[in-house]
Design a protein around this ligand. Structure first.
Ligand code: SF4
Ligand code: FES
Length: 363
């Protein structure tokens, strides 16, 4: 049996403070089994996690959810993170970012804010979010800029909004964003149920890429435009999370530690900060070591020149599509399961106006 590779410290920690959320986005990739996560870590437990993370060498803490603003103790946690030297990024829908709340977070030392918005058109944005929220988000973005924070605007793209990408970019520009992230939908959780209504067509993608190229030229030096083509249309998969348990780790609301948020769906042993230190979990736990490095790989990855470039793609996607997380990501054109992806892409050509299934509220 081969030895596990030496493991560097993770670079970033995604802290999912709660899965509760005032929105009900039809592309939500968070877990569907909410009842497994209601026993949320308390403030002292989160402080212990952050202290251990800083000691391990983690540099960035992404405070996310669900909606992290639903945690009344958020500012206290931010102050603690700042105190131990972590760069803090709030990942929020911005619903609930009142002037007083923002001032409290500024005072606590929050470094960066990422606001998600569903489209540039109020009615469409509210429909995708499952709740009226567009106007509040615009006000919150203005507040973020007025307090001097760097602002990233995040828009999850899919069939229902990708044709508006030019005006989405313009909206971010008008909000004074330093960066716009045009993220294609990941088909986990509720998004998997809506996949056929969310998967864009090839013509839509080709038009979007032209728009992104033009915007990058026009906005060079003023606003970064991040855009990655969706997995289903790629020839090769992405090195998901930079490789399994290689650079990032996620702590779920109940203290479970995972290499990525979607990994909660995989049939792997659990590891919790309530039972072990973060460092012990990172280095030695079965969940982290399950797909680390290249020893676990099946054919064709095992003999492929790209095995240390993309690490066989995304384990969660392999599991979602084939029922086996150790298979080559079916996105790869060399995968024996690649037809699972091409069939979905072919079907997307003929889809006309499939309705999104709204996600139930979880606040
Ligand atoms: Fe990557 Fe595996 Fe495809 Fe090679 S066969 S490109 S390692 S996913
Ligand atoms: Fe879990 Fe890609 S989302 S490995």
């Amino acid at each position: 049996m081969s030895e596990q590779p030496m493991v560097d410290a993770p670079y970033g920690l995604l802290a999912e403070l709660t899965y509760r959320c005032p929105l009900a986005c039809s592309y939500c990739s968070n877990p569907l089994n909410m009842s497994g996560y209601t026993d949320e870590l308390g403030l002292q437990e989160w402080k212990a996690v952050m202290g251990q993370a800083a000691e391990m060498g983690v540099l960035q803490a992404h405070l996310s959810g669900g909606e992290p603003l639903l945690r009344r103790d958020l500012a206290e946690l931010v102050a603690f993170c700042s105190g131990v030297g972590l760069y803090t990024n709030l990942v929020t829908s911005a619903v609930g970012l009142s002037p007083s709340r923002a001032a409290e977070l500024r005072e606590a030392g929050l470094d960066h804010v990422q606001v998600s918005i569903q489209a540039d058109d109020p009615a469409l944005s509210d429909r995708i979010a499952g709740t009226p929220s567009f106007e509040r988000k615009l006000r919150a973005m203005a507040l973020v800029k007025s307090l001097g924070w760097p602002l990233t605007v995040n828009v999850v793209l899919h069939r229902q909004n990708i044709d508006r990408i030019a005006s989405v970019i313009r909206m971010a520009e008008e909000a004074g964003a330093d960066r716009v992230e045009l993220a294609n939908t990941q088909y986990y959780g509720w998004a998997w149920r809506n996949r056929d209504a969310l998967l864009p067509g090839r013509e839509q993608l080709e038009a979007a890429e032209v728009t992104v190229r033009e915007a990058r030229t026009r906005l060079a030096g003023r606003m970064d435009v991040l855009y990655v083509i969706p997995d289903y249309y790629s020839r090769y998969p992405k090195p998901c999370m930079g490789g399994w348990a290689s650079r990032q780790l996620t702590v779920a609301p109940n203290g479970d530690v995972l290499p990525c948020p979607a990994a909660q769906s995989l049939p792997l042993p659990r590891a919790s900060v309530r039972e072990q230190s973060l460092a012990a979990i990172w280095h030695d736990s079965p969940v982290m070591n399950a797909y680390r490095g290249t020893d676990w790989m099946p054919s064709p990855c095992r003999d492929c020149d790209r095995r240390e470039i993309d690490f066989g793609g995304c384990r969660c996607q392999a599991f979602q599509l084939t029922g086996d997380a150790s298979r080559t990501d079916p996105v790869c054109h060399l995968s024996p399961d690649h037809s699972l992806v091409t069939d979905a892409v072919d079907a997307a050509r003929t889809v006309t106006d499939l309705q999104l299934i709204p996600r139930p509220h979880r606040a």
